[in-house]
Design a protein around this ligand. Structure first.
Ligand code: CP
Ligand code: NVA
Length: 313
């Protein structure tokens, strides 16, 4: 397994470029040698507790199947079924779970809650998405980019849409892998300045650059990959209408794709809303790699679990 320095996986800001490269190679190898890993069952006897405060298809299923394939087990823990939902503190929940399971995956609104959980837990805590970051997605995304484009350093990735959790983790991973990231969001929906600072600090070491334009047509120029995500994230349901108006003109459609490189790939973390952030002909067309991204969640997270669980035992 990859050498693991941190107890937890909450975000990518404190990773180094070597760690990202080692992780990527490990994940690609694990995908290629899956049958052998399944036979070895290296996570036998290991249990992952999964706390979900928000819905999930990919994260929940890929972690559950990922554990099972490697000989381990995963437990689905919805907040409402835990005493957490009745006011037990996150710290007490962390202390108790630390005595039963070997790692905790959590998907919740507040990033601080994940940090609190990790501080109180003796076992690794994995961020399965917060309002701030979605680092597991970024791990699958670099696998997909590497499979489609080879060497990542110097590649141009363009993100069009909401300056949200998925973009934040993409900024971290782009900086770590030496990619150039071109970003286009409407006014008022730019990524967080704190994430810009974190990503730029990493980029100073790797030579990665960032650019920003309010004009998506300008931003996609020369892109090797065009990435978008939903306009209204989980928890923003009430802003749906207002956001649909603000983001009109930011849809990734054939017209926009035609301004990127001819062999550019289209990426989306899913779930997707055809006719809003992406047109059906793009997401269902030949440039789309969205299901490869979804599949890579499984392989990337297995590599992550091996790193966290085997180096902490
Ligand atoms: N991309 C992603 O995290 O999907 P889910 O919300 O289905 O887990
Ligand atoms: N930005 C989206 C990602 C879903 C996987 C959300 O937070 O809802």
């Amino acid at each position: 397994a990859t050498e693991w320095t941190d107890k937890d996986f909450i975000g990518l800001a404190n990773w180094g470029p070597e760690e990202a490269e080692a992780f990527l190679q490990h994940a690609l190898q694990l995908k290629a040698d899956k049958a052998e890993w399944v036979k070895k069952a290296p996570l036998q006897g290991k249990n992952l507790g999964m706390i979900f405060d928000k819905p999930s298809t990919r994260t929940r299923i890929s972690f559950e199947v990922g554990m099972a394939q490697l000989g381990g087990h995963a437990l689905n823990l919805h907040r409402q079924e835990l005493q957490l939902g009745r006011g037990e503190t996150i710290e007490d929940t962390a202390r108790v779970l630390s005595r039963y399971v070997d790692a905790i995956l959590i998907r919740t609104h507040s990033h601080d809650l994940v940090t609190q959980l990790a501080e109180a837990a003796d076992i690794p805590v994995i961020n399965g998405l917060t309002e701030r970051e979605h680092p597991c997605q970024a791990l699958a995304d670099i696998m997909t980019l590497a499979e489609c484009k080879g060497e990542l350093a110097g590649r141009i990735c363009c993100y069009v849409g909401d300056g949200n959790n998925v973009l934040h983790s993409l900024m971290h991973i782009a900086a770590l892998t030496g990619m150039h990231l071109s970003i286009s969001t409407p006014k008022g929906y730019e990524p967080s300045p704190a994430i810009w600072q974190e990503a730029e600090a990493i980029a100073r070491v790797t030579g990665s650059t960032f650019s920003f334009s309010y004009d998506p047509a300008q931003a996609v120029k020369d892109a090797d990959a065009v990435y978008t995500d939903v306009w209204a994230s989980m928890g923003q349901e009430e802003e749906k209408e207002q956001r649909a108006q603000a983001f009109a003109g930011y849809q990734v459609n054939q017209e926009l794709m035609s301004r990127a490189k001819p062999d550019a790939i289209f990426m989306h973390c899913l779930p997707a809303y055809r006719g809003l952030e992406v047109s059906a002909d793009v997401i269902d067309g030949p440039q789309s790699v969205v299901f490869q991204q979804a599949e890579n969640r499984l392989h990337a997270q297995q590599a992550l679990l091996l790193g966290l669980l085997l180096s902490s035992s």
